[in-house]
Design a protein around this ligand. Sequence first.
Ligand SMILES: [Zn+2]
Length: 44
Amino acid sequence: MARHEYYNDDGEAERELCPRCGDTFLGDHGDRKHCGKCSYTEWE
Ligand SMILES: [Zn+2]
């Protein structure tokens, strides 16, 4: 299974904020990102 680059130079996971909530991080599911709060889903 291909591994994506989840980490930046500081070794911390790069996580995108939900564009709808603004204060909630999107969960990474490999080929998509999902907000558990409002169910927003973003495909890569
Ligand atoms: Zn959200």
